[in-house]
Design a protein. Sequence first.
Length: 185
Amino acid sequence: MMNEESPAMGNVVQFFMRIGQLYQFQLDKWTPYTKVRWAAALVLVLLFIVRVFTKQGWYVVTYALGIYHLNLFIAFLTPKIDPALDLDDDQGPELPTKANEEFRPFIRRLPEFKFWYAISKSTVIGFVCTFFEFFNVPVFWPILVLYFFILFCITMKRQIMHMVKYRYLPFTHSKPRYQPVATEK
């Protein structure tokens, strides 16, 4: 047994490290373009749906992908520190209601970029699964649709009740945008 890596093994490791760096560089370039990223994710989801409808199969893959996307969406809507688990006081943390109270911004459990990335990656994986007959399990698809909508309604009702109880809103409306002040010379 040799403790040292062979030169060929070092080259393989360097090759994959370089591929990883290029991949991360491309992800970093996409970061500021939120609308473009989500448009691309929507196109991926639509391509997946078109493939499933045209091939008339892979309903279990579609159901699993839908459940995964629902879980991601719930994590996106949920605060990082759950007020239900904060035992400091009897009502949990709340947004400030008076001018002298501390402002605590809404921090998501799943940040927007990671939400987009997980949806995009899982949709691509689901799309690739539709090319393998092994994943085309015969099921009565209306039952899966019914299960999904029941699960969606129950989950969203629970999430909305949680948002109302702890008085938080995970979306920002009309956030003020400050324009730079022109300096006089």
